[in-house]
Design a protein. Structure first.
Length: 309
């Protein structure tokens, strides 16, 4: 289990000078050789995008047939300095995604190489801005969602887990993690039975599902309510996307400090690792392809929901 990775990364990221290069150095030490850091500046500051690739034994990079999983840590920032001191609740998405990369790297060093390639992407920003949101304030980001999607969503990702703190609401009242229905090309599909099984397997409890509305899967910037940015990757890909939400029983602001529950973080990271194993070897599916074909054949595409209308 990725406890060591979660603890080491939390210590590394709970730092006013946290950076992509520091994260990259830690990942390389943990067996992830292919790490890239890109600094992007926006109207509200800058952030470091981190991309890590863990090759599979028979993945696309090796010329094999095992599919590639993307794990995206979605967030506004790790911290809201100088307004707030310390690691904020919103940073959990990056913490989970990077812990997954570190754990997969360590596993590979020890001879446990997954079948498929895994691409992990997130960004590191210790001083992001905040913005109002109901029922609790959100973290903002130095760069917009379009920039995040350009640097975090890749064509090579054949399925995506999008991990995001999802505590600022009253629709999922559970401490731990929840998974969303699968979203593909503007369609909200049924929840994957395979992923529900994995959620129960790693938590030892009944799985919890994050409810979605049509608003949640449309792009930011269209002046409608979104639960948060967890499903924004679905607006930039044709691959199936499942949200992995770090959740709480009460509404917790994204800019709140001292709110990260490492048990929940580790469970979510373990779920992502187990999904990477089973998706790569073909025993877990994100959606029913035949069912999706019937839907689109009868009712047409929903691509317009991926754009601004």
């Amino acid at each position: 289990m990725p406890w060591r990775e979660v603890l080491d990364l939390y210590d590394l990221l709970d730092d006013a000078s946290a950076s992509g290069e520091a994260v990259a150095a830690w990942l390389r030490k943990n067996g992830v050789a292919d790490v890239q850091v890109t600094t992007v500046t926006g109207d509200k500051g800058s952030t470091d995008f981190v991309r890590a690739v863990i090759p599979g034994s028979r993945g696309r990079l090796a010329g094999g047939d095992a599919p590639t999983l993307g794990v995206i840590g979605r967030l506004g920032g790790l911290g809201a300095r100088p307004e707030r001191i310390g690691f904020v609740s919103d940073g959990d998405g990056a913490l989970v995604a990077l812990a997954v990369a570190g754990k997969l790297g360590t596993m590979r060093q020890r001879g446990d190489q997954l079948p498929g390639d895994v691409i992990v992407a997130t960004h590191v920003c210790p001083d992001a801005p905040t913005r109002p949101h109901d029922p609790v304030p959100f973290m903002d980001s130095p760069v917009d969602v379009d920039a995040m999607n350009r640097h975090e969503v890749e064509d090579a990702m054949e399925a995506i887990l999008s991990v995001d703190t999802t505590k600022g609401n009253r629709v999922v009242n559970h401490r731990g993690f929840a998974i969303s229905p699968t979203v593909k090309e503007g369609w909200i599909l049924r929840v994957s039975e395979d992923l529900l099984d994995l959620a129960s397997q790693v938590s030892g409890r009944l799985p919890v599902v994050l409810p979605l509305t049509m608003q949640d899967i449309t792009p930011y910037g269209n002046d409608v309510y979104h639960i948060n940015s967890i499903l924004q990757p679905c607006t930039a890909t044709s691959a199936p996307v499942v949200g992995v939400a770090i959740t709480t029983e009460t509404a917790v602001p994204g800019c709140g400090t001292g709110a990260t529950d490492l048990t929940s973080v580790e469970s979510a990271a373990r779920f992502c690792v187990e999904t990477a194993k089973t998706y790569g070897d073909g025993t877990a599916s994100f959606y029913d392809e035949a069912d999706f074909t019937r839907l689109t054949g009868r009712y047409g595409t929903m691509h317009h929901l991926q754009g601004m209308g």
